[in-house]
Design a protein around this ligand. Structure first.
Ligand code: GLA
Length: 729
């Protein structure tokens, strides 16, 4: 395991338990060329794979004419302007207006451990966990150095990559594109796997066959977005959960991104990820450096399931921080779907009293507690408690809740300002805007220009003061629009192209201050549901609200797509009332509980107003949460069946890491009559061991459960669900 450099072949070899990644230094100029990424290799004899003798532009066959070479060679980090006509990672403009870049190998360093990325979220690991490699390339004409950073984790099939671009020349250089990573490899009839959606329909799974040219997923919305996930997978034909090859690329970033694959004339795929170059232009003065975000690459030759479990383990152990990562989170009740803006102290306490009786552990007060916020048209930015609604303020509410045995959590949306707010009236220049135009409104609000130090400082002081004013143990940090009308009144004209990225850095800075100042706080990120569900935000919060759509059947698809990459412990999921708020659908209370259990679990309803029959089920569901949460939070997740594919039922399994138990959840979405009985083949059990199914008392061999399948009970009615708990005996 680890990283090596062979002085003779000039090949770097990065090994994880089951994968190898090889690239090398080319002889003529010192270009860095990619050779291989896939199943683990014993040695580095892969240099021959890198063909450089493709046909040139003209009919003559002249071998290594420079442009033919550049336009076909598999570059580790391609650069613009020199004759590689495919998409590049790095593009610049010099003071004189030129864009040609050509950087060759200079030196390298291999070491244990992993360095943090300045100002950016990233995976982390100790010297025992991982090894890192820095390869330096230089362009002596421009005076630019590119440091390519790689990390391999000892016991996970994951490799991380990022780049740092340093101006060591005499003149200012403008970066017009600075992506994080590239992978050039032969097209093996790949399809592209990506996650698409919309508000309330986040992260739907999509495959499309690659064609010649460029294709990908992008965000130009200032955030990672509901619409596209900063992820791209390349899958071989017939990929399933257990068979086929997949290359996963996930960007640890929360702003505009590009994740693109280009199939070239020679049937090579070039996959690139990084900050979207749209409206990006970064001024780099002599002596300055620019750090790109990190890409997490995972290769699996055993289907999607193994890629998924690698991402889950990596994020749980090497991305999420803080004490709540490994702790059972309190079962919360959130008042949003119960009351919207229409609540006061008494209403909240009524909910709290009933919730406490049912075993719920925390009340989260959502939007509407501050300023003049009686609806969503006003008051964002006026972060002062509305004493009309809450006499005695947050402190009194917290005390009353604590007196009932409940913790207190609070919603905030600190990145925003309403045009109708005292804050905006005093500081109209604090919103992101283009002078001379009224910025477009979304949910009747503007985005604060957090790139200005005084704005960031003001917002931070408000957050700090609110959180210090009462015993607040949880925060839901919301963000209910995307960025438009890009312009900062605090940046000079030549730096306006830095605004998108600076905005993301400012959000990271605020959240870093928050988690450092309040280390025991449980933070849940949110953006109109799951509009900023990305690995960057997970560095600050161990959980993210997955979607405003709380309908349990819609959630099956949303949570399946989300769990393709994210551990269940991160997926904000609540039981809500029926007919569902947005969908109008009625699903049994039991099914709603089973679906929410495959996430953080909590409630989003007026517990005083639901039927007695539903309310009576809450204590049992809370007990179920306490029984299974360790397993759900820490176990191995297997997707056994998808209603998206079969049109009838969903099934997933979670195995304890020590193999002692497993939980299978089966949801029959559409009821059918006179159909064959159903079995689901389980995964990850020990073939020679026996398992008892708690709910039926039956025992089976692990081999039987995996190769023949667990019989599932025929259920009558739509949207019904069952749990099967397997105990190894
Ligand atoms: C967003 C969130 C919801 C709720 C509302 C409040 O839509 O996703 O959960 O907090 O804002 O305005």
């Amino acid at each position: 395991m680890g990283i090596s450099y062979n002085e003779k072949t000039r090949i770097f070899k990065l090994d994880t338990p089951n994968t190898s990644y090889c690239f090398g230094v080319e002889d003529s100029f010192g270009y860095l060329l990619h050779h291989y990424y896939g199943r683990r290799l014993a040695a580095d004899g892969v240099g021959y794979l890198t063909r450089t003798g493709e046909y040139p532009f003209t009919p003559d066959r002249n071998g290594r004419e420079k442009l033919s070479f550049l336009n076909a060679a598999p570059f580790e980090y391609p650069m613009g302007g020199m004759g590689d006509f495919r998409e590049h990672c790095l593009e610049i403009r010099t003071r004189e207006g030129y864009n040609t870049l050509e950087a060759g190998f200079r030196d390298y360093e291999i070491r244990r451990g992993k360095r943090p990325l300045a100002g950016l979220p990233a995976t982390f690991g100790t010297e025992a966990d991982c090894a890192s490699l820095t390869v330096r390339l230089t362009d002596d004409v421009v005076g630019l150095t590119v440091e390519l950073e790689y990390t391999v984790f000892e016991d996970l099939d994951a490799i991380t990559r990022s780049a740092r671009i340093c101006n060591q020349g005499k003149g200012t250089v403008w970066l017009t594109k600075a992506l994080s990573a590239c992978l050039d490899e032969e097209d093996r009839d790949f399809s592209m796997l990506s996650l698409h959606g919309a508000w309330a329909r986040e992260r739907g799974i999509q495959y499309r066959k690659l064609g010649y040219g460029r294709q990908g997923v992008f965000s130009e919305r200032g955030v990672s977005s509901h619409q596209d996930q900063p992820f791209l997978g390349l899958t071989t034909p017939g990929i399933t959960q257990t068979q086929g090859e997949v290359y996963g690329f996930h960007l640890v970033y929360s702003g505009n991104f590009e994740a693109q694959t280009e199939v070239s004339q020679f049937n090579m795929t070039r996959t690139l990820l990084g900050i979207n170059p749209y409206n990006f232009c970064w001024e780099l003065k002599p002596g300055e450096a620019f750090q790109t975000p990190e890409v997490v690459m995972v290769y699996s030759c055993a289907g999607l399931g193994s890629m998924t479990r690698t991402y889950h383990d990596l994020y749980r152990r090497h991305l999420i921080r803080g004490p709540w990562r490994d702790r059972k989170r309190p079962v919360l009740i959130n008042n949003w779907e119960a009351t919207h803006f229409d609540f006061d102290l008494e209403k909240l306490l009524d909910i709290a009293r009933e919730a406490a009786k049912a075993g719920i552990e925390m009340l989260v007060m959502d939007d509407g507690w501050f300023g003049n916020r009686f609806d969503d048209n006003r008051a964002l930015g006026d972060w002062f408690v509305n004493e009309e609604k809450l006499p005695g303020g947050l402190d009194r509410l917290a005390r009353e809740l604590n007196g009932l045995g409940l913790k207190f959590g609070l919603w905030i949306e600190p990145e925003m300002v309403s045009p109708d707010s005292d804050l905006f009236r005093s500081h109209p220049d604090w919103a992101i805007q283009t002078p001379g135009r009224e910025p477009g409104r979304c949910r009747n609000q503007y985005v604060l220009d957090l790139t200005r130090a005084e704005v960031l400082e003001y917002v931070w002081q408000r957050i700090r003061s609110i959180l210090s004013s009462a015993n607040i143990e949880y925060v839901k940090w919301d963000m209910n629009r995307q960025l438009s009308d890009l312009g900062s009144l605090g940046l000079p004209p030549r730096r306006q192209g830095e605004l998108y990225h600076r905005y993301v850095l400012a959000v990271y800075e605020l959240q870093e201050r928050l988690v450092r100042t309040f280390p025991n706080l449980l933070l849940e990120n949110c953006s109109g549901g799951g509009g900023r569900f990305d690995p960057g935000m997970l560095y600050y919060s161990p959980q993210i609200w997955c979607s405003d759509n709380t309908d349990a059947v819609e959630r099956l698809k949303i949570q399946e797509g989300t769990a393709l990459l994210y551990p269940l412990s991160t997926i904000g999921a609540h039981v809500s009332d029926c007919p569902n708020h947005y969908m109008g659908r009625t699903v049994p209370f039991e099914t709603r509980g089973h679906v929410a259990l495959a996430g953080t679990f909590g409630y989003e309803l007026d517990v005083t107003g639901i039927s007695g029959e539903d309310r009576a089920q809450i204590p049992g569901q809370v007990a179920m949460y306490h029984r299974y949460n360790d397993l759900v939070r820490e176990g191995d997740y297997y997707r056994l069946a998808s209603c998206r594919e079969n049109g009838a039922y969903d099934c997933w399994q979670i195995n304890a890491k020590d193999g002692s138990q497993a939980l299978v959840t089966y949801v029959q979405v559409m009821s059918r009559v006179n159909f064959p009985s159903r079995r689901v083949r389980l995964e990850g059990l020990e073939p020679g061991k026996t398992y008892r199914v708690e709910q039926t008392g039956q025992t089976y061999g692990g081999d039987v459960l995996m190769y023949a399948g667990l019989p599932v009970e025929p259920l009558s009615g739509d949207f019904r669900s069952r749990q099967y708990t397997l105990i190894r005996i």
